[in-house]
Design a protein. Sequence first.
Length: 277
Amino acid sequence: MNVISDELLNKLLKLGFTSYEARTYLGLLRNNPATGYEISHQVNVPRSVIYTILRKLEAMGIIISIHDKPRRYIPLSPKQLIPLLESDFSKRLSSLRDDLFNFNNKPETEGFWNIRGYESLMELCTSLIKETHETIYISAWKREIEQLKKSLFAAKKRGVEIVAFSFTEIDKNLGDVFAYGVDEEKLAKFWDRKIIMVTDSRDLVMGSANMDKEQQVIWTQNRAVLTIALNYIILDITLYGQRKKMDVSDAVMRLMTEKVDHLDQLIEETNRKNNSN
């Protein structure tokens, strides 16, 4: 009997396989072609259900049958299976998204969500970056930027504008980068890691970036908190420009575009009013 690791089984279970389906596929992957009887014996799937499982996997396109007497089965290779699962998952997710949007006819709220744990933080940031269409403003340390770099470069390639600030050294090819280049380990001795990321001026992730399972960050679309977070990034970039004697006004103005436009409008209205008096 083949020994199948629980970890590998659990990964397939999380993708929607039943235990018997996962065992059957993995058994065939290890030994093929094989008959239903052989598979049942190899991976401890009851003979009473093995042929039902095989027919289902064949209908899903995950295995194929060859010959007839006796019928034998071979599986898709991992290189063939992964794209098939990705395509299927993408279709089901798209269908679910449409159904949920149609079901939820209430306006979006500006609530706060607590995200617990470092791994969950990185997964959330990666997901938000992949969904970004216009702008990403981020303040983070090298370790976090490195983990997000692949997604950030993909966003940049899509035409997303990226402005990044860091006290540590980060890749200057990400976009408009303002980084002091301070040694990360030295900085960590007296300062906790932080991350602030605003995507499309809509979603904010902000909080500690320490590798602690109990740590929490907030994820929100609250406009007031989002504005405060943007102001932190603007202040850090402004101070950077002063210390480095650099002109950072272009980046700062882009972060403040909406506010500046409203301010200009108010000033023009005031001037017209004063001139008419």
